[in-house]
Design a protein around this ligand. Structure first.
Ligand SMILES: [Zn+2]
Length: 341
């Protein structure tokens, strides 16, 4: 059977033009089958190759579009980052300028504190120390203006700042703020101390008899030795006499408390006010006493009227300052004018 199948042959006839002879090929069946199989196989491979190529093309196209999308997204992200960086750079510049302004303000506040101390008559040494500490720090010194100018060129300026410039400026600004922070804290402490000192000084001034006790500044007799108007002999005058008209107002020369009011043939109607630090003031020959023992008196309060009671030759105020019970010269204390003058 096998042999018979192999023995079968196909005859191929090729007919050329009419005047040429016919060509015949005798081909075994097996060869024809093999040829057909080869052709089918070739067709199959071609089809598979085509399908695979198409699939690859489609994938490439998809990848291409994905890449395009991703690229656009990156571009947008980069643009946004660029803007953010530019904004941050501008903020660094602004912050550095603010640090400069704050530095100036802190210096002005220190000067203000010094002025305050000068006005209050306080020692300036403590503030001087604070200023010295400011100037000693390398980071707190004035920034390199050239760099700052270059940096300011960001945003289309002729000299855009390099990233290194900005980073350096940012670091210097941070350092400036750190120094400023400690300086402001120092200033707060210093100002609190100054406020307390000024308040103490104010209190001391209030309890010190610096005010003139009469409207007039006419001193008719000073503290010390003089000729007694009654005996015409040298005698010690333990206060100051202010020449004034009868019933002129008499004022308390400092804050205090009335410790005695009374009258006698020497002092006439008189008032004693106790201040502090062992100081007392004594007002004599009054026409009228306008306060009572125990009254709290504020500097400048009217306490009586000028008169000529007691051992007196005419209307005047005999005014004494006593320190720990001893009369002292009131003149060095008398500095302040009355507020309404
Ligand atoms: Zn006198």
């Amino acid at each position: 059977m096998k042999l018979k199948w192999k023995a079968k042959k196909l005859t191929l006839v090729i007919i050329p033009d009419a005047n040429q002879s016919v060509v015949r090929f005798r081909i075994p069946h097996l060869f024809a089958y093999i040829a057909a199989a080869c052709f089918a196989l070739l067709l199959l491979i071609t089809t598979i190759t085509y399908v695979l190529h198409s699939h690859t093309l489609k994938q490439a196209s998809e990848l291409q579009s994905k890449l395009t999308g991703a690229n656009q997204q990156w571009s947008a992200t980069l643009t946004s980052k660029d803007k953010a960086i530019e904004q941050l750079q501008n903020e660094v510049i602004q912050l550095s300028q603010q640090a400069e302004q704050m530095k100036t303000q802190v210096e002005e506040m220190k000067k203000f504190e010094d002025d305050l101390k000068t006005i209050a008559g306080l020692d300036l040494n403590t503030t001087g120390k604070a200023v010295a500490s400011t100037e000693s720090g390398a980071v707190s010194g004035p920034p390199d203006e050239t760099t700052l100018d270059a940096v300011s060129g960001i945003g289309g300026g002729p000299n855009p700042a390099s990233q290194e410039d900005i980073i350096e400026l940012g670091e210097r600004t941070l350092a400036s703020f750190t120094v400023l922070n400690s300086e402001v804290k120092e200033l707060q402490t210093s100002l609190t101390e100054t406020k307390q000192k000024v308040a103490d000084k104010q209190h001391l001034l209030q309890i010190t008899p610096t005010l003139w006790p009469t409207t007039t500044k006419l001193v008719t007799s000073t503290f010390g030795y003089r000729t007694d108007p009654f005996t015409h002999r040298p005698s010690f005058h333990s206060g100051i006499d202010f020449g004034a008209k009868a019933n002129d107002p008499v004022y308390a020369t400092a804050d205090g408390k009335v410790v005695s009011t009374g009258t006698d043939i020497y002092h006439g109607n008189n008032i004693v006010i106790e201040h502090s630090k062992g100081l007392r003031t004594w007002y004599m020959h009054l026409n009228k006493i306008m306060v009572n023992k125990g009254d709290t008196i504020v500097k400048g309060n009217q306490i009586g009227l000028v008169g000529s009671t007691g051992r007196s030759t005419g209307p005047h105020l005999h005014y004494e300052v006593l320190k720990n019970g001893e009369s002292i010269d009131p003149k060095p204390y008398l500095k302040a004018m009355r507020k309404d003058e």
